[in-house]
Write a protein that binds this ligand. Sequence first.
Ligand code: ADP
Ligand code: 5SP
Length: 469
Amino acid sequence: MSDRTLVAGVDSSTQSTKVVVCDAETGEVLRLAKAPHPDTTEVHPDRWWEAYLSASGDGILDGVSAIAVGGQQHGMVTLSEQDSVVRDALLWNDVRSAGAAADLTAELGGPAAWVDAVGSVLVGSFTVTKLRWLAQHEPEHAARVARVVLPHDWMTGRILQHGGGFERWTTDRGDASGTGYWSAATGDYRPDLLELAFGRVLDVPEVLAPAAPAGRTSDGMLVAAGTGDNMGAALGLALSPGDVVVSLGTSGTVFTPHDHAIRDESGAIAGFADATGRHLPLMCTLNAARVMTAAAAMLGVDLAALERLALSAESGAGGLSLLPYLDGERTPDLPGATGTLSGLTRTNATPANLARAAVEGMLCNVVAGVDALRDKGVRVDRILLIGGAAASQAVRQIAPGLFRAPVVVPRPAEYVGVGAARQAAWALSGAAEPPVWDLGIDSVFDVPARDASDVLDRYTALLAQVHGR
Ligand SMILES: Nc1ncnc2c1ncn2[C@@H]1O[C@H](COP(=O)(O)OP(=O)(O)O)[C@@H](O)[C@H]1O
Ligand SMILES: O=C(CO)[C@@H](O)[C@H](O)COP(=O)(O)O
């Protein structure tokens, strides 16, 4: 029998659920399991629960003293008075509420008014815009809604319901800051904005302090507050000033913990809260790892071959540029956009150049987030690259030239799950600060001597030409 204390973190993200079990003292990852989610932008929350049950089968949670959930941000989970799910959850990447975002922006007095109210300019990802869409398009569903929670709130409550310890719905500052009806500046909900969007005020979950428990199951397992997946990743990485995280999963995100909220009326940087009581300025794109999957499918190859092809081409892909808006886009705010491949000639039309253009285009899209942070005075000493596509050698090698900063790939780990586990260990300890867990580095990629600014310049010119941005 081990005398280690075990804690678990659940990453309930867009494409899958991952469960990691860590040593509470050191953070060492001892067990890891994964199960897929449906590939759609509206999902019944039961699918996340089934994935959790599947990933946590085989006794992976045996002996675990505390657990927390990091979940995809913004998703709208609507519950009836009896807590049954009213309709499938609309996810962060469902763009049907883009028009509602534009309407709500105008109704409150423009982008600056939303930054004043909740810290961020609205786009169709925010929960409040999905509520407006529901009220307008599905009044029969809207009439049955008594409360609204986020994916991680629902999973947290479900773990407690299943374990016999559910008392009330809860959330945390990090995830609440992506709703559009909670302000990180004041720490308060804005029922007036719920009413503006939905026509009436709804029940919302209690916002827990960073290390506060949401409850305990009847067999004594502590269930911590949980948080949004990006806030979880920030907690799972031991970040120093000057460290900026770039996550390339379903979404591309760029974020760094900060002592105060960053105000950005342009909408590039959202003013989210983090999971420690501080702030997490964050830029998010709808298109990231799946741009590579789509390019591989176009070329009829797998991801490994796509990487080899991309690395066999010269920087700049022989003059090809890709605006990678395959799922529309959120930053820049172009929900109806499609991808654009530009610069094709008979000479450069090769699989290698297409593969390279896909990787460069995906990266240029998130470079804009790093530069937006720089413009706000944030120090960018190094980029910590995480998420599914951080496994790609092509991404690792091409990224430093475009980011104009060294790229550090942390030891392969599921950082959202690890961060959630660290929060669980923190709540279990009752200490003022989270436990110190060591961040291992897998590899470092330096900025190459050859300047890649021509690639960025061509991308930026194409964006201006096609979309006027
Ligand atoms: N070597 C690779 N190159 C590019 N993409 C990859 C690679 N390995 C995994 N991926 C992609 O990473 C994505 C999953 O990343 P992940 O961060 O787990 O996503 P999410 O958290 O949004 O569910 C998938 O789209 C998968 O195809
Ligand atoms: O909407 C955002 C951030 O604002 C996304 O980052 C979601 O939180 C989903 O993340 P992944 O599934 O790609 O990790």
